[in-house]
Write a protein that binds this ligand. Structure first.
Ligand code: GLN
Length: 492
């Protein structure tokens, strides 16, 4: 079969169960596509062909023996931020280019237990800090819709592999938008779960109070299958929550769009820099939801202007603390011929970290230092609370909140935005992480250059089922999520 990569997760699962094809055939099919197309997309940092085929054979045996789960034998790509036992985990950094984890991240372990086949590890912004996947050490991943453009970031490799049909779904992480923005730039569905829903064990830390893993795929249905594997309490992550996990697949029709109250924040649609095409497509998608029975309600989110400065204080502060462990002593990159301990620290860190990571470490260290801690860090934490309260107040009156995922579509590689310009592009995603809420991106059309536009729906805590369900119903009534990127069409 030559079109296995066009099948949905449900179709793949059924095909395997009915022995229409084997996991080995499916895995070989993807490995062939990767060998052929990824020279152009540059999404994989590591392809684990040999291990994947062994896992596929084991999956085929399990299917034959009747031990299969729904996803046994399906291939997946993991963001290179999830630790994989015996396979290099770089977090997109030269600092970890030689790092082979002695254990699997819980997300990876759960995937293995469910019978998923790991195709490899995919590119990202270094330590998940960024929005373009223009990686200083591993190169720029290309947007499958137009190879001159960025796929977004930091989970840009995860988005690119799915959009180019180089994996049927992928894991991503989202600290300030890194699932939703690349999903938006690449025409995919991506879910950032409530903080604490998915274990962070073995997920290399950026800003621990906001980091959260989640699924990236074509449709809400495909995401629901992966979410069923990823979600759940984990004794190894004290911030993961002991709360029953929904069956996201059976709940796909659980929420009715009819009567659903969708909040439209006034402030969000007057943001400077909001592209006219993005605004138009998002408004059209809301009109469609209205036709399907939703009630659009204008709301106020008064803290909007505080999102970017608050996040860009708290995230670097946490990053500067988390990244202290990379000192060239126990693991990771070590500079050559250090003359003394100070020289070892200094040179290992200046050679191992790229510019953006160093910038964040400096900002974060400054914000946490004596004398500035109260003025910056503590103040940002207070504003963070106000941002959360703003949302909670809004949710007294609406079920979900709508926004663009990003103010623009994918820009060109090398656009060389200043750090401030880059950070402003995160305006629509950051507050969700500051508040710990779940949110989803759904593709809703294209701009004049045929680049995808995304709608973001933000839900109240633990409303993942509801978000997936609303998007699922939108996707039953529209076909944006079925459109294929240029490079996927050329290699259909
Ligand atoms: N672009 C944001 C940042 O650079 C978000 C990244 C993320 O979610 N990991 O911090």
């Amino acid at each position: 079969m030559s079109d296995l990569h066009r099948l949905s997760i449900r179709e793949l699962s059924e095909g395997l169960a009915q022995a229409k094809f084997s996991s080995r055939e499916l895995t070989e099919h993807y490995l062939k596509r990767i060998a052929k197309i990824d020279t152009q997309v540059q999404s994989y940092i590591t392809v684990t062909a040999e291990q994947a085929l062994a896992q596929a054979d084991a999956a085929d045996a399990a299917i034959k023996a009747g031990h299969a789960t729904t996803l046994t034998g399906l291939p997946i790509a993991h963001k290179d931020i999830f630790c994989t036992q015996g396979i290099k985990t770089t977090a997109g950094s030269k600092m970890l280019d030689n790092f082979i984890s002695p254990y699997d991240a819980t997300v990876v372990a759960k995937g293995k237990a469910a019978g998923l086949v790991t195709l490899g590890k995919v590119n990202m912004d270094e330590f998940a800090m960024g929005s373009t996947s223009e990686n200083p050490h591993f190169g720029s991943t290309k947007n499958p819709w137009n190879l001159e453009h960025v796929p977004g970031g930091s989970s840009g490799g995860s988005a690119a592999v799915v959009a180019a049909d180089l994996a049927p779904f992928a894991t991503g992480t989202d600290t300030g938008g890194s699932i939703r923005q690349p999903a938006s730039f690449c025409g995919l569905t991506g879910l950032k779960p409530t903080y604490g829903r998915v274990s962070r064990f073995g997920m290399i830390a950026y800003a621990s109070s906001m980091d959260q893993g989640g699924p990236m795929a074509r449709s809400a249905e495909d995401c629901a299958y992966l979410m069923n594997v990823m979600a759940g309490h984990d004794a190894k992550d004290s911030t993961s929550v002991q709360k029953e996990v929904d069956d996201y697949v059976s709940n796909l029709n659980g929420t009715s769009v009819k009567g659903l109250r969708i909040g439209i924040p006034k402030q969000y649609f007057n943001v400077q820099g909001l592209d006219a095409d993005v605004k138009a497509r998002v408004e059209e998608s809301l009109k469609k939801l209205e036709e399907m029975g939703a009630i659009l309600v204008e709301i106020d989110l008064n803290m909007t202007e505080a999102y970017v400065p608050t996040y860009y204080l708290i995230a670097p502060a946490e990053a500067s603390s988390n990244l202290q462990r990379f000192d060239g002593v126990r693991y990771g990159y070590r500079c050559e011929n250090p003359v003394d301990l100070m020289d070892l620290y200094k040179r290992s860190r200046s050679e191992g970290f790229g510019t953006e990571v160093q910038r964040r470490i400096l900002i974060g260290t400054y914000a946490l230092s004596a004398g500035y801690y109260d003025a910056y860090y503590v103040k940002a934490q207070k504003v963070r609370r106000l941002i959360q309260q703003d949302f909670l107040k809004a949710f007294e009156n609406v079920d979900v909140i709508a926004a663009p995922s990003a103010p623009t579509t994918a820009y060109k590689i090398g656009a060389n935005l200043s750090p401030t310009e880059m950070y402003l592009g995160d305006i629509y995603t950051l507050a969700v992480n500051l508040a710990g809420l779940p949110a989803i991106n759904a593709p809703v059309g294209f701009d004049k250059n045929n680049l995808p536009v995304g709608l973001q729906l933000i839900g109240n805590y633990w409303s993942e089922s509801q978000l997936l369900s609303v998007v699922h119903q939108y996707q039953q009534a529209t076909d944006w999520h079925t459109k294929r990127a240029a490079i996927a069409e050329e290699n259909a």
